[in-house]
Design a protein. Sequence first.
Length: 288
Amino acid sequence: GSHDSFSFYIDEASPVGPEQPETVQNFVSVFGTVAKKLMRKWLATQTMNFTSQLGAGIRYFDLRISTKPRDPDNELYFAHGLFSAKVKEGLEEINAFLTEHPKEVVFLDFNHFYGMQKCHHEKLVQMLKDTYGNKMCPAIFAHEVSLQYLWEKEHQVLVFYHSPVAVEVAFLWPGQMMPAPWANTTDTEKLIQFLQASITERRKKGSFFISQVVLTPKASTVVKGVASGLRETITERALPAMMEWVRTQKAGESGVNIITADFVELGDFISTVIKLNYSLNEGEDDTT
């Protein structure tokens, strides 16, 4: 999976997102475009677009949705500090890949909503219906979802929706079915301890589960590396230790399930996670 999957595109001409604290709003109001260019270096956690991520093997997408202040078209946008592309465009891009590859399955995790009212949720739900239709798998028990089941039903999309709206719509999986504990640290060692503890506490059945192999910069980190950005200051430096943790994991009910990262093309992140599935199959062979 990819963290802030849509952030390969950050619109520097857009206003600051409504979720940003007053200090950030004031910073941009004083320094304008220069401030947004610096922000972009810390807000962009991916470089590949949806099609490229899918082609590389990403199947879980972390999506955050926002309305834009004073937007006459009342559009919905992906957002992470600043605004990204229109949601409709991103969903259609993913759908084009799925249509070409009818046995591929993706997880769309709508986990943050900003400036959204009931009418906006209704608009997003209708957009999902119009784009994916019967490709969407209705919410059932997580352990019942096998590839064989999805292929038989011709379902390719599981939509997780972290809002009470999910209860009202059959094809929206409740947010609690996709927990993603967040370490919120810049320290690689603390991150790994957190990831390991989270897996130990994970319920064996009943939900999917995300391990976020992601370091989060503090304000002081951003100030020190303001011109270099997230990738150079944090992600690349921590990559060897984080990849070592991924390589030593086991897939399965008591192990990892979905693993997300920033800049998923770095190192051998994607191929390493995929390989964990093969070790799971070998384990099954040993017991039969």
